[in-house]
Ligand binder design. Structure first.
Ligand SMILES: Nc1ncnc2c1ncn2[C@@H]1O[C@H](COP(=O)(O)OP(=O)(O)O)[C@@H](O)[C@H]1O
Ligand SMILES: [Mg+2]
Length: 375
């Protein structure tokens, strides 16, 4: 039997589709009581990982477990884990209520639960309409109702915010957070950090099938570096003055300004005054999380070399997520934590200063589709 822990563990998971390395040596753990975001650009290997976790794809190597067991050994899995995967099909002519009844019968829950779930996801008034006429957002809600039928301890959602309007996303955020507060486990994937940022506590960032960062979202936020943009009368003189005074990390900008990281406006102002350089203005600028996310995953787009994978031999997956590493790729970091029986630890990501990212661009915003449309 499974251990009832509500814990998801992914250990050295690898999937090769022919010549495509979809997932490469991925390791992370998801603890109950929090919402974990599984983030990465399209093609990063999120869906493949979740399908391996749910027993729908056989790993090339490694393992994914829920409650200490592979999905296929969970007994009545619908009671342990509910899932919403991409492109879930519904019988077009079947109503939402009948769709749920079929599932309820299959997993052995009473019909009463069908109506409860329809109410919970806001589909009660559309329950007797064929699912074929549902909008994308309504189909997402019906998928979620299906996943919740068995009152599962663990919820796995693949890109659930796709097709939701802002109101739908806000609703989903509230729902997932209260679900997690009951001590349950939520793993939710997305290719857009901004869409899930408000609903997640932990984050696993993947790119090209490999882990880039694994840890609390707060820690990632805290790792963001701010800089001050200074408009001096003489940029060269200011650069020299700041470097000689040892104030911050100084970089001349193309527009005649000087960018200074790791220093505050007072330190910069004092050093400029001392050197007799006139300053006409200073502006504090903070990198946002989306920039950091894009920078961490952009090598996949750029086709450039990825930072080397760093094997952590004989290290366990830590109980507590590993904080981000600030330094450039170097020797393996030793994740802390007691050994829960794993061979290898996760590959903690290495967020760097996004201002230093070559070819950085703001990622495009995706268009929203209505969630309540088609009612
Ligand atoms: N059944 C499959 N056969 C061959 N390649 C696949 C298959 N499923 C996924 N892939 C490839 O694996 C990589 C990861 O895909 P996927 O897991 O869907 O990424 P994501 O969900 O992060 O967008 C992609 O290059 C994709 O084309
Ligand atoms: Mg996907």
């Amino acid at each position: 039997m499974h251990d009832g822990s509500g814990r998801i563990a992914v250990q050295n998971l690898t999937k090769q589709f022919g010549t495509v390395p979809a997932v490469q040596n991925l390791s992370f753990a998801v603890e109950p009581g929090s919402v974990t975001g599984f983030l990465g650009p399209n093609g990063a290997g999120k869906t493949t990982t979740l399908r391996m976790l749910l027993g729908l794809v056989t790993p090339t190597s490694g393992a994914a477990t829920i409650n200490g067991r592979p999905y296929t050994q969970l007994g009545n899995p619908a009671r342990v884990v509910g899932s919403v995967l991409e492109n879930e099909g519904f019988h077009a002519k079947r109503t939402a209520r009948n769709h749920l009844r079929v599932y309820a019968a299959a997993i052995g829950v009473p019909d009463q639960r069908v109506d409860e779930m329809l109410g919970l996801v806001g589909l009660a008034s559309a329950a007797d309409r064929p699912a074929g006429g549902y909008s994308l957002g309504m189909r997402q809600r019906l998928s979620l109702a299906t996943a919740l039928l068995g009152d599962p301890q663990v919820l796995v959602l693949d890109e659930p915010s796709n097709g939701l309007d802002p109101e739908g996303i806000a609703w989903l955020r509230g729902f997932l957070q209260s679900f997690a507060k009951q001590g349950r486990t939520v793993l939710v994937s997305s290719h857009l950090l901004s869409e899930v940022e408000q609903m997640i506590d932990q984050v696993v960032i993947v790119s090209a099938g490999m882990t880039r960062y694994y840890g609390p979202l707060e820690q990632l936020r805290a790792s963001q570096q701010s800089r001050v943009l200074v408009q001096p009368a003489d940029a060269n003189a200011l650069v020299t003055a700041l470097r000689e005074a040892g104030v911050g990390e100084v970089q001349p900008a193309h527009d005649g300004r000087v960018a200074v990281a790791n220093a505050n406006v007072q330190q910069i102002g004092d050093a400029a005054a001392k050197a007799g350089v006139a300053v006409y203005g200073m502006e504090e600028e903070k990198a946002d999380l989306e920039q950091l996310f894009f920078q961490m995953t952009s090598p996949q787009y750029a086709g450039g070399p990825l930072p080397p994978q760093q094997p952590v031999p004989q290290q366990p997956v830590p109980q507590q997520p590993v904080p981000p590493q600030q330094q450039p790729p170097g020797p393996p970091q030793q994740p802390p934590g007691p050994p829960p029986g794993f061979q290898q630890g996760p590959q903690p990501g290495q967020p760097q200063n996004p201002y230093q990212a070559p070819g950085y661009q703001q990622p495009g915003q995706q268009g929203q589709q209505g969630w309540g449309g088609g009612q």
